[in-house]
Design a protein around this ligand. Sequence first.
Ligand code: CA
Length: 736
Amino acid sequence: MIRTTHVTFVLAAALLVACAPKPSAAPAAGQVDLARLQGADSEPDNWLASGRDLGKTHYSPLQTINRETVGTLGFAWEYQTGTNRGMQATPLVVDGVMYVSGMGGRVYALDAATGAAKWTFEPQQDLRNVRGACCDIVNRGVAVWQGRVYVAGFSGTLYALDAQDGHIVWQTDTFQDRSRAYSITGAPVIAGKVVVIGNGGAEYDSRGYLSGYDLQTGKQMWRFYTVPGDPSKPQESKALEAALPTWKGDKWWERGGGGNPWDAISYDPETNLVYFGTANGAPWSRDQRSAGEGDNLYLASIVAVNADTGDYAWHYQTTPGERWDYDATPHIMLATLKLGGADRKVLMQASKNGFFYVLDRKSGELLSADPFVATTWASKVDLKTGRPVENTALADYSNGPKLLFPSAVGGHNFNPMSLSPRTGLVYIPSVHSGMVVAENPLPPHKRERIATGVQVAFSGQLAAPQSLPPSMRKLTDPAFLKTQPDIAMSASLKAWDPVSRKVVWEFKNSSFMDHGGVLSTAGGLVVQGGLDGKLKVLNDQTGELIKEIDVGTAMIAAPMTYRVNGEQYLAITAGTGGGGWNFWFPENIAFTNGNANRILAFKLGGGATPKPEPLPPVAPLPEPPAQVGTASDIAAGAKLFAANCGSCHGNAPRSPVPDLRRSGVVRDGAAFQQVVRGGSLTARGMPAWDDLLTEAEVTQIHAYVVSTAREGYAAEQKASAKPAASKREGVSQGHL
Ligand code: CA
């Protein structure tokens, strides 16, 4: 087993003993409990959980920074993490200390007034896990509870750290089968006596589950599998026995079935229920997963289980028989809404599938479901049956490629939304995009391989038919496209009224990949970080842009705010990545400056934000090596590359993953073997593949990579008179 270096810094102790102990010394670190979380509004200085409160509203009652004062908002401090991947976590602040996670589950405990590190933590990681993860080595946050910081490492270990100094109190392996493609990118949630965590892997060959671990000991108290296992064996729960008839065919369990809860988890102490969302099926194609039939419970569902036992309470399946990567994993928000004159305790989700759902969170009853983006796969949701009315002619790709909206990016993805009690509006980072989906026969199951059973192209590619496989080009017919939503893709921050069920205002973002998480505040503000490197402050009632701060680093996470020593700060983690990171669009690249990850804090009267040094212009591709291998080697290598390498290696300039056409390693077949099978670049994030790829296969991949270097060079030479940035084209196999 190959592990990266494991370093735990313990710095706080020296500071604490420097002064004689006094009875009035700072309180013990990280003392969050249920009473404090339930009373979060009465201590607005703190941000005690990932969404600040139990409902995960991402709203702050602080208002020193407001519409009148925000003009002087400027830089307060930064902390550079030394990493360069997607930063997706919302920091927590408890009694003057910020706890925030970064790449792969690293944790930073910082003085919230200065950004000075109190301690940092880097989990031990088995980098082989990276091979079974679609969407970057990210982490969406920590939970702080009774003196401990809970975080899940990318390769499946759940840690309880001491909030005072970061040492490991306990750790436990959450993966039930390491021969399958599991990974963890989500934030744990405290629910009664347990800490709850799920996992990702539904684009590969895993079977999703959610687990609860004893807060004190780390002992596994329960596990809820989201899809049935081998039907010849007893299922783990009654809920799975009930789900079994919704699956058809004779082999879904070989591929794992999917349904992984990779993000949304919420807990309501009143109902003592844990709510979570499940992903798509593995593979995506229902024809290839379940003989083309069945709802396939509990895929693409919001599920409620008892926090003490993990026993099933109810479920609502947003996308029955899911086959478009419409994970039900985005942010689950709990709130009380006045509906029909009565207060209803609800759960809300702006789903990847384009519908905004409001459910009674005690019973699971569907109260409303309305499209918040262009949505064509279903015309509506029947409130009586709770089922979507599918538009089969547009969405069923069994008989050929289909164009449908939204795309696999989702109308809304992981990026947290925010509910302001001031306005009653939910601010949704939304995406307008469609996709073309076609069946793509599965190869025989091989462990830890991305295997969706489909080919996917973005709607934007319909404007450039040559970027599409021939079978998809008929969808570029102008007469047909005239009947469809705009194929051009975009993103916007939408203010959604969950009671009147409509968009109140909309703020256009810089590109369709630009849909960062959101904060709203009692200062009348909505705040969002941009892929264009700008932090934007909007009027919460009108969407008017009031203030913009150029920080020089792309942002996708949600901002948050807190107060220390009477000073209100606004903070965000900066760095792009995550789903679609292998594309690394030109609009991603322009502001990343190497994507150096930073935690940034701002305050009134702050200065200009320091920006990372701009990277030099992208150099021309170097002269390529001579071609190696035969034409059939190159063709075989192309398939192997797509199945094994393409979800990280997009050959985009300035991506954190090197453009292989520029790599010196590609110029030396033996060195290429050393890297791919020998793991010689493990320390830089490239795991060894010796157990998954033979030497002969790696030789074929090498032949293909050399051919791409040669083609790229030739194309660049041809176009060198007129170099122009062009959007990445091609067909993606998976996206989240
Ligand atoms: Ca997915």
